[in-house]
Design a binder for this molecule. Structure first.
Ligand SMILES: *Cc1c(COP(=O)(O)O)cnc(C)c1O
Length: 823
């Protein structure tokens, strides 16, 4: 923070009311996360209310940890005891108060603030510009893509008095949000990267979306944009005074005329200003998107007065890297967190937090380099030591001069290395067993070489799971529910292909109430990986009774015979077993029918050891309007059956019926719990809210070879691929054994290469597929091809071969590595 705050100051900034003991305190830290508190006495904890949880629930624990100052909603119930231990500031809305505090801190910063918005490239442009500017200035920037209504305030608290420039990213998802961000950021200089054509929640047209985003620059002195984007530049030029605009273009008249001269993987960028002063830079990329991001950063750096020599030094260090925090399978059953593009404390905190959310492993290992953060190294590494302590890191390997000098501050002995080569050479591979390893460090150290050594070999094809998108979808469904309604998430079939363990773990942190798997083994695997949520097993068998008991799994009971067997088992072992009764109201798969009710009631009375945890039914056609009446009939019948069973119980089981589609169609039947499946994974099967969900999984592969074929050539088995006029084809490292359905053969399916469609040519093979790239210029071997994900909706692919998204998702073979990331 720029300046510490006293309770009275907070009151005058946020309004509200003070309760409790007033210590003579000042805070230099503001936190919204109970697990991220480093200096309890100096921290103001802001209790936010989200779809996940209410921060206020953590207050008693935080008081025990020594936190003494809380900002809470005015209806917060302060007990006498709490009031004697801490100070409470009560406000109408804690999120608004957090934003007000950020706006105040921002007002104290005297250096230029630059803000970036747009559809794509915000985070990369921010990171690159940060790197260019830090050659000459001390730069504060938003960690990762902290650009939301809460992320922006947290980014502002990361600005310190020694910073000279701040770069803040701004992102919105609905109408009205930008005005709030504008009040906080008040940028002096802006970059509007571009506008995507994707339809977004809450905006009726793209122009409307542009205008909303432009609110960010209402008061800024300058706005940088690219004139070659027609729609965007029209809106900007209509809405913003010309004297405030800084344009660049390859084709039109502009403040900076740009030309690119491509070399091999490098590009020479020439910028000519209106007064004819000319700048030339070498940029280490050649693809369109990277050049656009780099040009925005170059124009901004020049505008801020950075000298061209420093800019070129910064460019030399840029690399096109994956800046996302990624979770990958490692060697020896380790789990690896890749954060090799991190250069400051704010980023380190985010990574440690992500680490703390992973399931328990044998030990937590931190591999880190010097941070390239401005400020006193003593202070910085003292803070790193605090972080190591509070996140309970067990083992440290550190590289770099500064860290070696100051590692004494760390709570335990660390292995220290001069250079990344030294570390690589003596990397004790066998000593890592079933560990959770975070590799984090500054670009210069190229720690990705360490990651390469520690990760399980990933072959051409990977399935990437975006955990932020998963969170988004989970929260979307939460918002459809009445408060207090529980959520059971279906993680059967390897969590619809996404990988049950990591997804279950993420759901645990999101606050899901229950999990459900199809078979006992799936439940056992989750327990073995440290998942603690209650787990329902849809299809248990008698042979697995011991496992159910040992691993605390809760079986579904669906027939009188099965109930008797389980009941006898429970009474024999004198144990209580929680069970779930499946009531068949029309699915005719498993379940008790109406005619079984009398017998069922008798059996329930006979076996009191079986405790009915829940009663449920399953809708057969919730996704389709034509089955509406049938669904209602099912629900009514369920209510009657449930009433009969309840009449003989002395306790109340949970009652539930709705799957993902049911949640959308029958909100009045939420009852105690819903069972969320496909919706979580990004497919809204009723189609009503399709645009509000985010694509969770991206299936990617690489191009193994490219061939140019003469007219009349044929491609693949049975000569089914025909190229009467010849053309260029690419062979991809994916086939039907990986889950790329053979029905995609012969042009039925396509993949995206460089953002363009490449149709399948010939038959899909077992491990390979050929696609036609005749229409896509400049493709090289080794490049990526997207099988599905953003830009290729699952639904469209499924329709092409007459199946449903469920089948495509669950068909991905287990040999395809799953990689998880936060974006
Ligand atoms: C799979 C399943 C669900 C989830 O269905 P979606 O359509 O994926 O939401 C719910 N309940 C039961 C019993 C299931 O088997």
């Amino acid at each position: 923070m720029i300046q510490s705050l006293k309770p009275e100051e907070i009151l005058s900034i946020t309004g509200g009311k003070l309760l409790g003991v007033s210590a003579d305190a000042e805070f230099s830290q503001i936190s919204i996360d109970s697990r991220q508190i480093l200096q309890p006495f100096k921290t103001l904890f802001v209790a936010l209310r989200g779809a996940k949880a209410d921060g206020a629930n953590f207050i008693p624990i935080l008081i025990k940890q020594g936190v003494q100052h809380f900002l809470v909603h005015e209806d917060f119930d302060t007990s006498e005891q709490m009031l004697s231990q801490a100070l409470f500031i009560l406000v109408k809305d804690t999120k608004v108060a957090l934003q007000q505090l950020a706006a105040y801190q921002r007002s104290l910063f005297t250096g230029p603030v630059l803000s970036i918005t747009g559809s794509n490239g915000k985070t990369i442009t921010k990171e690159w510009l940060g790197q260019l500017l830090s050659q000459q200035f001390s730069v504060a920037k938003s960690p990762k893509s902290y650009n939301s209504q809460v992320g922006v305030p947290l980014s502002v608290f990361g600005i310190h008095p020694y910073h000279q420039v701040a770069i803040l990213e701004a992102g919105i998802s609905k109408f009205g949000e930008m005005a709030t961000l504008e009040k906080i950021i008040r940028p002096d200089l802006g970059i509007f990267t571009n506008i995507g054509s994707a339809h977004e929640e809450g905006f009726s047209t793209i122009r409307e979306k542009i205008r909303e985003k432009l609110i960010l620059f209402r008061e800024s002195k300058f706005l940088i944009y690219c004139r070659d984007q027609n729609l965007l530049s029209q809106e900007i030029e209509n809405g913003v005074d010309a004297s405030r605009l800084i344009s660049w273009s390859q084709k039109k008249d502009a403040d900076f005329r740009i030309s690119y001269k491509n070399g091999d993987h490098r590009t020479r960028v020439v910028l000519v200003k209106k007064n004819l002063s000319t700048y030339t830079f070498q940029v280490p990329f050649s693809d369109q998107a990277s050049l656009e991001n780099a040009t925005h950063a170059l124009v901004a750096a020049l505008t801020l007065g950075e000298d061209p020599k420093s800019i070129q030094q910064g460019l030399d260090q840029l690399r096109q890297v994956d800046m996302r925090l990624t979770l990958k399978p490692g060697i020896n059953d380790c789990l690896l967190i890749d954060d090799t593009y991190n250069n400051d404390l704010a980023g380190l905190k985010v990574a440690l937090e992500f680490m703390s959310q992973q399931r328990p492993k044998r030990q937590k290992v931190l591999i880190l380099s010097d941070l390239l953060q401005q400020g006193s190294p003593e202070k910085i590494y003292a803070e790193v030591a605090d972080l190591i302590r509070s996140y309970r890191i067990d083992r440290i390997l550190a590289v770099g001069k500064e860290i070696r000098r100051l590692a004494d501050a760390f709570p335990q002995q660390s292995d220290l290395f001069h250079t990344t080569e030294d570390l690589l050479e003596s990397l004790p591979l066998t000593s890592f067993q079933n560990d959770l390893i975070l590799v984090t460090g500054a670009r210069d150290f190229a720690l990705e070489r360490i990651v390469n050594r520690l990760q399980q070999r990933i072959h051409g094809t990977t399935l990437e799971i975006n955990l932020n998108a998963l969170t988004h979808n989970f929260n979307f469904y939460k918002r459809q529910l009445k408060p207090g309604t529980r959520v059971m998430v279906m993680v059967k079939a390897f969590a619809y292909g996404g990988g049950a363990t990591e997804i279950a773990n993420h759901l645990q942190t999101l606050g899901a109430d229950y999990l459900a798997v199809a078979f006992t083994d799936e439940g056992v695997a989750l327990r073995n990986q440290g998942i603690r949520l209650p787990i329902m097993v849809l299809n248990p068998v008698e042979a697995s009774f011991d496992l159910l008991r040992e691993y605390q799994l809760e079986p579904v009971v669906f027939s009188p015979v099965f109930l008797k067997k389980l009941g006898m088992y429970a009474s024999l072992h004198q144990i209580k077993i929680p069970i779930h009764l499946d009531l068949d109201t029309g699915m005719h798969r498993l379940g008790f029918e109406s005619k079984h009710l009398a017998e069922l009631k008798g059996l329930i009375a006979t076996y009191p050891e079986l405790k009915i945890a829940s009663l449920y039914t399953h809708l057969v056609g919730a996704d389709e309007e034509i089955h509406h009446d049938f669904s209602l009939k099912q629900l009514e019948q369920f209510m009657e059956m449930k009433k009969e069973i309840e009449s003989i119980l002395t306790y109340r089981p949970l009652i539930h019926a709705l799957n993902s589609a049911g949640i959308i169609r029958f909100p009045e039947y939420q009852m105690d719990m819903v069972r969320l499946g496909i919706g979580l994974y990004g497919v809204e099967v009723t189609g009503k809210h399709h645009h509000e969900l985010k694509a969770v999984s991206t299936l990617k592969t690489t191009i193994s070879q490219i061939k140019t074929l003469a007219p009349g050539s044929t491609v693949g088995y049975s000569r089914r691929g025909q190229l009467p006029e010849g053309g260029t084809i690419a062979t991809l490292a994916i086939g039907y054994a990986d889950g790329f359905d053979r029905r995609f053969s012969m042009g039925k399916g396509y993949v995206l290469i460089r953002g363009e469609k490449a149709p399948v040519i010939g038959n899909v093979c077992m491990d390979m597929t050929m696609v036609d790239i005749s229409q896509i210029p400049e493709v090289r071997e080794g490049e990526q091809a997207i099988i599905y994900g953003e830009g290729i909706p699952l639904r469209d692919l499924a329709d092409r071969i007459g199946t449903i998204p469920y089948e495509l998702l669950t068909n991905i073979s287990s040999r395809v590595k799953r990689v998880y990331y936060l974006d």
